[in-house]
Design a protein around this ligand. Structure first.
Ligand SMILES: [Zn+2]
Length: 362
């Protein structure tokens, strides 16, 4: 067990700075590991060599910070990322009753030619941007080193360099994709060659990852730190909310997976609240979500059929409620508020809801 500093979600901005004792080891000059995840800063330097691992986030460090502040900020990022990844993966492994393949999380990736402020989950195969190195066969999370400063807080706080590893929501969302890959396996990658995996994400993948983030942070407003200035209904805010229904579903793929995913994430959040109201505990609902995904990914139909089936909200709903029949009526009622119903395709759900709305208006 080592003592490190992390951001807990109950605080403004990036969260409340807290010391935690964590079951991880220091396994390199810029690397921490446990059974579930290895986190490494790829930009070089001895970040973790000293006797003390309680680092200052140093407002994210960044190009204007001193070398000492930048070193503190990067070391803090390793600790914050390993903490949140471990917390989520341990809960999921316990829900599944078996461990997912270990995850490699690399910080400071894709920093040239320009700085990168995002995160992604990658499997070996075609990807954009192209990956410079061989990737782990079981999947990797890559975080950029940060690209920009967040605007100064209204209370006069300092400008913060938005290092993705300091943003617990970005870490959790990308770890969520690893969980999806090894449960629902939305792209049926298990049947593809190990070196030719499909890296595209569908709405259910994005939505489940956002829900898992909200579950861990205890808030539906997961990206409020960097996107809090956007209106709550702006799709880029990705706030999990009651008004996100299948009427908002935009057909096609491409850049719409995140906003379409908000519908699924919001419906899961509503269902989760109702389940808590009924007196059931939070891990019971997580068990439904995770085992439901494992159920979706366990079928043996031909690949083309499976690829379509696994995009359908109603199919994942059916697998989810089958996990816990006693909670099924509660979850089905909550999902119906978002226009998600059994045995009805995504397109039919959208058309039904739009027709209902037109009837009310006329
Ligand atoms: Zn990458």
């Amino acid at each position: 067990m080592i003592a490190i500093m992390v951001y807990r979600p109950d605080g403004p901005g990036p969260g409340r700075l807290s010391e935690v004792r964590l079951d991880v080891g220091v396994t390199g000059p810029a690397e921490m590991s446990c059974a579930e995840v290895t986190v490494r800063d790829e930009r070089g330097g001895d970040l973790l060599g000293g006797p003390d691992l309680v680092f200052d986030p140093a407002a994210g460090g960044g190009p204007l910070a001193t070398a000492q502040a930048e070193r503190q900020a990067r070391a803090f990022g390793i600790g914050n990322a390993v903490y949140w990844a471990q917390q989520l993966l341990r809960r999921v492994n316990s829900a599944l009753r078996h461990p997912l393949p270990p995850l490699l999380l690399r910080i400071g990736m894709h920093g040239t030619p320009s700085r990168w402020g995002g995160g992604h989950y990658r499997l070996p195969g075609v990807a954009s941007p192209a990956e410079p190195n061989q990737l782990s066969a079981t999947g990797e999370v890559h975080l950029g080193g940060g690209r920009a400063y967040l605007p100064k807080a209204k209370d006069g706080g300092n400008a913060y360099f938005h290092a993705p590893a300091h943003n617990s929501a970005i870490v959790l969302h990308e770890v969520g994709h690893h969980i999806c890959r090894h449960t629902a396996d939305f792209r049926v990658n298990r049947r593809r060659p190990a070196g030719d995996q499909h890296n595209g994400k569908i709405a259910l993948d994005e939505g489940t990852s956002d829900f898992l983030t909200a579950f861990m942070l205890g808030t539906p407003d997961i990206y409020r730190w960097q996107r809090g200035q956007l209106p709550p209904t702006d799709p880029r805010r990705r706030l999990l909310r009651a008004g996100a229904t299948m009427a908002h579903l935009r057909p096609g793929s491409g850049g719409l997976a995140h906003s379409n995913g908000t519908i699924w994430a919001s419906a899961l959040w509503t269902a989760y609240q109702r389940v808590l109201d009924s007196g059931a505990d939070k891990d019971r609902f997580l068990r439904m979500v995770i085992r439901g995904m494992a159920g979706l990914g366990a079928t043996e139909a031909p690949t083309a059929d499976e690829q379509f089936r696994r995009t359908q909200f109603c199919e994942l709903l059916a697998e989810t409620v089958a996990v816990d029949p006693a909670l099924a009526p509660t979850v089905l009622a909550a999902m119906a508020e978002h226009g998600i119903k059994p045995d009805t395709s995504n397109v039919e759900l959208r058309e039904q809801l739009r027709a209902d709305r037109a009837r009310v208006v006329h």
